[in-house]
Design a protein around this ligand. Structure first.
Ligand SMILES: [Zn+2]
Length: 436
């Protein structure tokens, strides 16, 4: 059974009747129980009734509801709650000033019509793992924190991981101030409207210096664990990825009176390029997607003057990615030439490969294999995460929980109840191994 969809926001996950209040009573209930309780509470927040997907965009009403929930969870457990200068929420057990803190968490915002698991699974599992450790009577030798990073998905302002980018300095204050949403509302204005001080944003090296390790649990956005038959895996690296804009410029003309032979139709070159992208990606074992397009003049009875398509491509390593994108661009130029169409290719963004800290990764492998003697699968991912952004500043690691279909960024995103609980237990083991 899967949690989260088709159950009217009331999944039957077995704790009905025991109903521990958020926090205090959760410590005494069985492993996994506090997870179900929290999951049920968050489930309706920001869910669109028609699509069934989530619309939890940064600094909007649903985001505020998620953040209020986080604060409630922190305070209900007697954790020290704080919001940092960039709007990220923290819940501390122990004194952060002691240093070498172990931090876990993820994000609560969503892409447009996103699924229930991307982000929230990590935050809810973090609180549930802490409950599990307290149930086990764990004695912490290091401070422990749970974090909710703001604006991870970039759904509103077009840039992902704003909270962690600001904290690490990967996003400058000036660039952050220039971000605007689709309605022309700037990031500072949106933050101010939500009750935060946009003048305070900026790098937070003092905070990062107190952290010894950050572990983010996340639903897998792919099928590697489903194919290997494992509930939980450890991340090796985030694939290098980038976005390229292909501008095909031809000649607008009448769709009824222009002979086929006389046309300079950029749509044809674009369409052939889409097929080339698929071919190049298949050959290289990479991925390449044209998911966004803008057509001028965009009239049903007009040959377009310009077709602008955005390519997103990712591969396991830099060389493969270069080969794929180079191959697509070469093909695109040939198609453009054949149709008498001009082509410009602009790289709009690029993120190099992110290797998670090898020592921390190996430590996670040892901790998780300790009782079973089994090797936990280590896998790469094509998706970006706060853990990836922070890996340049502090040792970071990720745990993935099996996703039976691999579907993500969609209302159909899912994970089985038992797998979620296995994720909580794995995270509890990891936190115990690192912080106790
Ligand atoms: Zn995520």
């Amino acid at each position: 059974m899967t949690l989260g969809f088709g159950e009217g926001g009331n999944p039957s996950v077995g704790v009905r009747g025991s109903s521990p209040t958020a926090g205090s009573a959760a410590h005494t209930v069985k492993s996994g129980s506090s997870f179900h309780e929290m999951w049920r509470e968050l489930l309706p927040v920001g869910r669109d009734a028609d699509s069934g997907g989530y619309r939890r965009y940064a600094w909007t009403g649903p985001d505020a509801e998620c953040r209020a929930w986080f604060k409630e969870q922190a305070e209900g457990r007697g954790l020290a709650y704080e919001v940092d200068r960039n709007g990220n929420q923290w819940a501390w057990l122990g004194d952060p000033a002691a240093g070498d803190a172990v931090v876990t968490g993820s994000h609560l915002d969503s892409v447009p019509d996103g699924g229930a698991f991307d982000g929230p699974l990590g935050v809810v599992s973090s609180f549930a793992a802490l409950d599990e450790l307290l149930r086990r009577g764990a004695r912490f030798t290091k401070p422990l924190a749970i974090v909710n990073f703001g604006d991870e998905e970039g759904a509103r302002f077009g840039l992902a991981c704003v909270g962690s980018r600001l904290t690490s300095g990967a996003l400058t204050v000036a660039d952050a101030h220039r971000l605007t949403d689709g309605d022309g509302v700037s990031l500072p204005r949106a933050m101010a409207a939500a009750g935060y001080d946009p003048e305070a944003i900026g790098p937070d090296p003092e905070r990062l210096a107190k952290i010894g390790a950050f572990v983010e649990l996340h639903v897998e956005q792919g099928r590697a664990l489903d194919l290997s038959g494992d509930r939980v895996g450890i991340a090796s690296a985030i694939w290098p990825h980038g976005r390229w804009r292909f501008d095909f410029r031809g000649e607008a003309n009448h769709a009824g009176t222009t002979r086929l032979a006389d046309r300079h139709d950029p749509m044809l070159s674009y369409a052939e390029t889409v097929l080339a992208a698929r071919r190049e990606a298949e050959l290289a074992g990479a991925v390449a997607t044209f998911g966004k397009i803008a057509v001028d003049p965009n009239g049903v009875n007009a040959i377009p003057s310009r077709v602008r398509g955005w390519l997103d491509s990712r591969a396991a390593d830099q060389e493969t990615l270069d080969t794929v994108v180079g191959g697509i661009e070469k093909a695109a130029r040939e198609y453009a030439d054949a149709h008498g169409v001009d082509l410009d290719v602009v790289r709009e963004s690029f993120t190099p490969v992110v290797e998670f800290d090898h020592a921390l990764r190996d430590e996670l492998g040892r901790i998780l294999g300790r009782d079973t003697g089994l090797t936990v699968p280590v896998l790469g991912t094509g998706a970006g995460h706060d853990a990836g952004i922070l890996s340049g500043s502090i040792p970071t690691a990720m745990l993935f929980v099996r996703n039976p279909t691999g579907v993500s960024h969609s209302p159909a995103e899912s994970a089985a109840e038992d797998d979620c609980v296995a994720g909580v237990d794995a995270l509890a083991d990891v936190l115990e191994g690192l912080a106790c």
